[in-house]
Ligand binder design. Structure first.
Ligand SMILES: Cc1cc2nc3c(=O)[nH]c(=O)nc-3n(C[C@H](O)[C@H](O)[C@H](O)COP(=O)(O)OP(=O)(O)OC[C@H]3O[C@@H](n4cnc5c(N)ncnc54)[C@H](O)[C@@H]3O)c2cc1C
Length: 279
């Protein structure tokens, strides 16, 4: 299938992209890796009159450490995250999650920012960045603003980003030695998108869990912690059971640096966790 006709613009800088967005407003869409936008355009689910390609803005790509924070440019590809030495040592959940996405082609083209801006609840990144307690940096005509991840996802394919804003950075805390993380998903055999998945970040306090952030993906369109507490105990128990099965093999093998999530899941109730989320 072919997309509807559109005008292509190549932005050389964030300012240029923002100027184009301000000019074309609702008629425009930003293009990053194109692996969600282009399929949507071919299916005519999206029909922007103007496509603003930000893919070559080099300042939006790469990983750097600032104090105790890892700053990941929105255009950083899934593969660059999967192979990043700094992330492997300071935030191993990110490379682990990246390795679960699609196939090599998708990982080479798709970007972290594109996936988060797209806000597909079956995607891998939303659960991971929620579990990590990330911050999103957006830039618009009024300058930069930081959005806490718990305020970022508003629903299916909807985020807190305004039409005239671009997501520029994702900031995640560098993990202390006491922080353990794991990611597991049951992938769809064709697309590799999650049928169900979970990201867990646990801060250990001696031999016990001091604090935990768990995020389940493709469970609800969007659930807050309160929604889960009020409505989803039964569903959560079921998912916990499923995830216990899914993660029990790596746990049995005693993968280094992983807390035995299966053991947590078997005994879990919502109140056992500090923070439980779902996308
Ligand atoms: C065959 C296939 C298999 C896949 N499998 C998986 C999978 O297993 N797991 C998974 O998580 N994903 C999967 N994906 C999706 C893939 O990861 C996409 O690359 C990703 O979701 C979107 O990133 P992108 O850079 O391609 O964004 P694009 O497609 O370029 O953009 C997506 C949306 O985000 C907006 N956008 C992009 N960048 C920004 C920005 N910086 N600021 C504001 N808005 C922005 C665009 O306007 C558009 O609306 C798959 C895709 C395909 C085609």
């Amino acid at each position: 299938m072919y997309p509807a006709q559109f005008e292509y613009h190549k932005a050389g800088s964030v300012k240029e992209a923002l100027d184009l967005l301000a000019k074309h407003k609702d008629d425009a869409k930003v293009l990053a890796g194109g692996h969600s936008l282009l399929p949507a355009m071919k299916l005519r689910l999206a029909q922007p009159k103007h496509v603003i390609d930000i893919g070559k803005i080099s300042s939006l790509s790469g990983v750097k450490e600032e104090g105790g924070t890892l700053v990941i440019g929105a255009l950083t590809t899934h593969y660059a995250i999967e192979s990043s030495a700094v992330l492997k040592s300071k935030c191993p959940l990110m490379p682990e999650v990246a390795g679960h996405i699609g196939d090599p082609m998708v990982r080479n083209m798709g970007t972290l920012g594109g996936s988060l801006a797209h806000a597909d609840p079956a995607a891998d990144w939303p659960a991971a960045v929620i579990a990590l307690g990330a911050e999103m940096v957006a830039e618009g005509p009024k300058g930069k603003r930081t959005i806490k991840i718990d305020d970022f996802f508003k629903g299916l394919l909807t985020t807190a980003l305004a039409d005239d804003e671009i997501l520029t950075e994702i900031r995640v805390p560098a993990a202390a030695a006491s922080v353990k993380s794991a990611y597991a998903k049951f992938p769809h055999p064709a697309s590799r998108f999650a049928v169900v998945g979970v990201a867990a970040v646990l801060t250990m306090d001696g031999g016990k869990i001091g604090k935990a952030r768990l995020c389940f993906e493709y469970v609800l369109e969007r659930a807050t912690q309160d929604d889960l507490r009020k409505q989803a105990q039964v569903q959560l128990d079921r998912i916990m059971g499923l995830m216990a099965l899914l993660v029990s093999e790596p746990c049995k093998r005693g993968v280094e640096g992983r807390y035995p999530l299966a053991a947590v899941a078997q005994d879990a109730s919502v109140d056992d966790f500090t923070q439980v989320f779902a996308v």
